[in-house]
Write a protein that binds this ligand. Sequence first.
Ligand code: SF4
Ligand code: SF4
Length: 81
Amino acid sequence: MAKEDKRLVLAKEDCIGCGICVTVCPTNLKQEKDINFDVDAEPRAIAVDNGQAVINDDLCIACGICAKNCPVNSLTIEVVA
Ligand code: SF4
Ligand code: SF4
């Protein structure tokens, strides 16, 4: 299924801001391999801000790895009609 057919969705009321999604995301990990990557300046596919996960739809490839690792199941991959 192509990226445009799927979307990562966050249930904000369930997210506890643990950051596990941020650390397991392959898009984020790929960014970190770049020696010039500035974690404070560049957007991530998923980040934690003010105790809540924040998804960047432009960078997220909807692979679902974060959803599989979220301890409270607050992330889901939805099929976009
Ligand atoms: S979405 Fe899940 S893994 Fe990510 S910060 Fe929230 S609770 Fe943690
Ligand atoms: S679905 Fe994949 S690319 Fe998107 S935030 Fe989660 S782990 Fe990263």
